[in-house]
Design a protein around this ligand. Structure first.
Ligand code: CAA
Length: 382
């Protein structure tokens, strides 16, 4: 078994690492404090091909694989978790369904601007009463002539307040359950009847916008339907299989940042006449963080590799998402503990890592749902 990255994957990792360390990390605290959308970072990452790593070059992407994508995601998220989720949503939740189910025309029109990083995309699934139970969504799309008339409100939509385009999950027939779900591409800047609603105040990932999307008799061309009616739920689930790999990578990046900051601090912090890294109490914490983060990264790379090789990776992507986010949370909590009182104040990044890590256990399917997904596959229940 070969654990070495290819030359191309290594090149992407090195390029993104350099960019993240010199241009993202220095402004991460400011972004967190001001909640500012990192417009300039998104545009530069776009120029580097990182807003569509695994999208073909003819649609504005870098034409690389998902292993390269997760390597880039780790480096970006290590520097700034908010930038990480913005990149993940563009690549996975928006990019995946459009590149996989879109027609040539849809891809040229709606994928190219997002994959090339000119504008942001988002994915609108969640509603106030449809979170874990995604099939219970109520947002209604009624076909009238050559348009869908859309009514409903989406909540907690990452990039929702800044995105130009959205893949919107709606139902044409609530009585049909998941079989009534369709995905429509919506041009958010040019759709009558659409508005951005409440922008949420959150605990972490503060530089990424999380917004309500409100549709009131919004008119969406029928030509913007992805695939065929009846396929929407499956498209959505397959998109989440891909998206969970992105969040696993975000979590690995946050966990690594927490560990590296704790290592550096433990070398400098002197108590009882010696650096605290000479105490086993600290060494054991660092050893556990390193081991768990390596294990998470191996699960992550396996899932990305399986996606690249078109293998069923539903279980593996759920495994890497839940394990990496649980590990990132533990690493971030222990990071704060190693920093002691300094870990609890905003002058140091330890508390930010802890706030940022938490969401990875919740979004793109709570970690409880990931365990449901894994168990159902394991037991042959699906
Ligand atoms: N891959 C492919 N197909 C799948 C699938 C998967 N992972 N899971 C289910 N399906 C298919 C099934 O095979 C079935 O199709 P058939 O009848 O043709 O076989 C169909 O979908 C319905 O499946 P279920 O009956 O199993 O569906 P369910 O209602 O029991 O739901 C669930 C399953 C796993 C709980 C699902 O609802 C789920 O994943 N919930 C979590 C939702 C979620 O992840 N939300 C995240 C929002 S996006 C976000 O968070 C973004 C962000 O902020 C960054």
């Amino acid at each position: 078994m070969n654990f070495a990255p290819t030359e191309e994957q290594q090149m992407v990792r090195d390029m993104v690492k350099k960019f993240a360390e010199t241009e993202i990390k220095p402004i991460a605290a400011e972004l967190d404090k001001t909640h500012r959308h990192p417009e300039e970072i998104c545009r530069k990452l776009g120029e580097m091909g990182i807003m569509g790593v695994a999208v073909a070059e003819e649609y504005g992407g870098a034409g690389m694989d998902n292993v390269a994508y997760v390597m880039a995601m780790i480096e970006i998220s290590k520097a700034c978790a908010s930038c990480g989720v913005i990149v993940s949503v563009n690549n996975s939740l928006y990019g995946f369904p459009v590149k996989t189910y879109g027609t040539e025309e849809q891809k040229h029109k709606f994928l190219t601007p997002v994959a090339s990083g000119q504008v942001e995309g988002c994915y609108a699934l969640t509603e106030a009463s449809a979170g874990s139970d995604a099939a219970s969504l109520k947002c209604r799309a009624e076909l009238k002539g050559d348009k869908y008339i859309v009514n409903g409100t989406k909540t907690f939509i990452t990039n929702g307040n800044v995105a130009n385009y959205c893949v919107l999950a709606a139902t044409t027939d609530p009585a049909a359950g998941y079989k009534g779900v369709i995905n429509l591409i919506v041009d958010l800047k040019n759709t009558n009847g659409f508005k951005v609603g409440k922008v949420e105040e959150k605990m972490g990932i503060l530089a990424s916008g999380t917004a309500e999307l409100v549709f009131e008799d919004a008119e969406v061309p029928a030509a913007n339907l992805l695939g065929k009616p009846g396929q929407g739920f499956k498209q959505m689930m397959e998109g989440l299989n891909a998206g969970r790999i992105g969040i696993g990578a975000q979590a690995c990046g946050i966990g690594r940042a927490a560990m590296e900051d704790a290592i550096n601090y433990s070398k400098e912090r002197v108590q009882f006449g010696k650096p605290i890294n000479t105490f086993q109490a600290i060494q054991f914490k660092l050893a556990e963080m390193a081991t768990e983060l390596d294990a998470a990264e191996l699960l992550l790379l396996r899932a990305a590799w399986m996606e690249d090789h078109k293998l069923d990776h539903e279980k593996e992507s759920a495994m890497c998402k839940y394990y990496a986010s649980d590990v990132a949370m533990r690493a971030a909590i222990e990071g704060v503990q190693i920093f002691g009182g300094y870990g609890y104040i905003k002058e140091y990044p330890a508390e930010r890592h802890m706030r940022d890590a938490k969401i990875c256990q919740i979004y793109e399917g709570t970690n409880e749902i990931q365990r449901v997904v894994i168990a159902r596959k394991l037991l042959g229940l699906r």
